[in-house]
Design a protein around this ligand. Structure first.
Ligand SMILES: Cc1cc2nc3c(=O)[nH]c(=O)nc-3n(C[C@H](O)[C@H](O)[C@H](O)COP(=O)(O)OP(=O)(O)OC[C@H]3O[C@@H](n4cnc5c(N)ncnc54)[C@H](O)[C@@H]3O)c2cc1C
Length: 445
């Protein structure tokens, strides 16, 4: 069992498949050198998730996680040879790098009559599965989400039983490399691992958990509070979903996701549908990771010179003089997380007030977010830039001051993160007009 983005024992169909028919199971994680290019908060959290998985394995199976360092294309076939494994079981990866990596590993294994078996994925509905009647796929969220709901998902799978024949770190003849030093995150990380993820979820669905003091659960109040960065209105499960310490199926099973139940439940499950939607778009159009989904905007004028870099530096540091933008950017640096509404506001500001390429902001987010995920992040950015799926047209420009008044009505969020407010670096009305001028130059509208 080669773990990647499914760092849990419960509700893990790949693990059950590996253990089926009394087969011996070696729990493997490969520390890929390409991880070094990922942001340190994300790598630090991965480290913590691996420690938690190792602990769970020792408690459940009496053995530890087998760690190997190196290119998975070499390491996985080598350990399969060493242990004479018949197959390597994984939860399928649908992102561009993972698909290339897995194709290479599958070929190398096949040379020795071994198989790479993909079972399940990190999504409620696997990318590529939500289709129109004629088999075509969706490029717009609303129709996608309706079919996504109708397609449905499996019930959660049980955790592996006591009868699994584990072979791992601590077993005779199985060598595990040390995990290595934990990267210095530079920010406060959430508690990691399957147990912590399930605790977070239970607190979110518990009755009387809502942060507005009402007697509702946080999930029941989600529809009302999810846009308020000053309150704790969202689940904070994105890092768990990123590393698979919890599967969306587990969450959906606890909700009335049919669409007929409580509004908060339906809206929350729609957010999980957005996650599946972006994974689906990236799967079908891998180039959209870093290129505009809408090529019409490829030639829009952006500021990339020295002046652009100076503006970018102020945005990164949270020194734009717009309270909610600066609060968000500082929350990101301090915690590795930013509220969704504020991600939208800061992204819009970078693209439409500063006229910078969305890719600069997307890269900064990937480097600093603890939940950084190529599909959700880069398509979130394309949504904000108006270059992606159709939800936010380019001519819709967020006014940061009005957004702040609306979503942080008492100013508590901005006050929490910005102690030294500065003068606004620009006039939003002027930059809005400029953004629309640049748009008209390429679209004629
Ligand atoms: C510019 C931008 C960048 C983003 N980058 C990322 C990223 O790197 N990783 C990431 O997981 N999410 C990203 N998002 C989506 C969203 O902001 C986060 O998932 C959310 O803020 C995480 O907090 P939560 O777990 O409390 O969310 P909740 O509101 O509790 O939502 C539950 C789950 O639904 C999913 N979800 C919610 N909103 C979205 C969305 N708009 N798109 C896709 N999935 C969603 C997430 O998995 C989230 O954990 C981005 C959004 C924008 C606008």
């Amino acid at each position: 069992m080669w773990f990647r983005r499914d760092l849990r024992l419960g509700d893990n169909p790949a693990l059950l498949a590996a253990a089926a028919d009394g087969a011996e199971v070696v729990p493997l994680f490969v520390v890929d050198p390409t991880f070094a290019t990922a942001g340190t908060p994300r790598r630090a959290l991965l480290h913590d998730c691996l420690v938690a998985l190792d602990t769970s394995l020792r408690e459940t199976g009496g053995i530890g996680l087998v760690i190997r360092h190196g290119d998975p294309g070499d390491v996985v076939p080598a350990i399969a040879d060493e242990l004479d494994a018949t197959s390597v079981v994984v939860s399928r990866d649908y992102a561009p790098y993972g698909r290339r990596r897995d194709a290479g590993v599958a070929d190398s294994l096949a040379d020795h009559d071994r198989t790479l078996r993909g079972v399940g994925s990190p999504y409620a509905v696997d990318p590529g599965q939500v289709r129109k009647g004629d088999g075509d796929t969706y490029s717009v969220f609303t129709p996608f989400s309706k079919v996504w709901r109708r397609t449905g998902w499996q019930h959660p799978h049980p955790a592996p039983g006591d009868d699994v024949r584990w072979v791992g770190a601590g077993s005779t003849g199985v060598v595990s490399d040390p995990l290595g030093e934990r990267p210095v995150a530079g920010c406060t990380l959430p508690e990691a691992g399957e147990g912590a993820a399930l605790d977070r979820w239970r607190r979110f669905i518990d009755t009387s958990g809502a942060s507005d003091g009402s007697s509702r659960s946080a999930v029941a109040a989600y529809d009302d509070l999810r846009d308020r960065p000053d309150l704790t209105g969202t689940s904070r499960l994105s890092p768990d979903l990123k590393w698979g310490t919890v599967h969306p199926r587990t969450l959906l099973a606890d909700l009335d996701a049919s669409g007929s139940g409580e509004e908060g439940h339906t809206v929350f499950s729609s957010e999980l549908a957005w996650r599946d939607f972006y994974a689906d778009v990236l799967f079908r159009q891998p180039h959209s990771a870093w290129e505009n989904l809408n090529p019409k905007l490829d030639t829009i004028e952006v500021d990339t010179g020295k002046q652009g870099e100076e503006k970018f530096a102020r945005w990164c540091a949270g020194n734009t003089g717009f309270g909610i933008v600066d609060a968000g950017m500082r929350q990101l640096l301090a915690t590795g997380w930013m509220h969704n509404r504020v991600r939208m506001i800061t992204a819009s500001f970078l693209v439409k007030d500063l006229h910078l390429p969305w890719q600069w902001g997307a890269r900064w987010f990937m480097d600093h977010l603890v939940d950084g995920d190529l599909a959700s992040n880069n398509h979130g950015w394309q949504w904000a830039a108006g270059t992606g799926t159709d939800a936010a047209p380019y001519f819709r420009v967020f006014n940061p001051t009005l957004q702040q008044e609306r979503y942080d009505p008492d100013g508590a969020y901005v006050e929490r993160w910005v102690e030294d407010p500065s003068e606004p670096m620009l006039d939003h009305r002027v930059e809005r007009t400029e953004a629309l001028r640049r748009l008209k130059a390429v679209t004629g509208r």
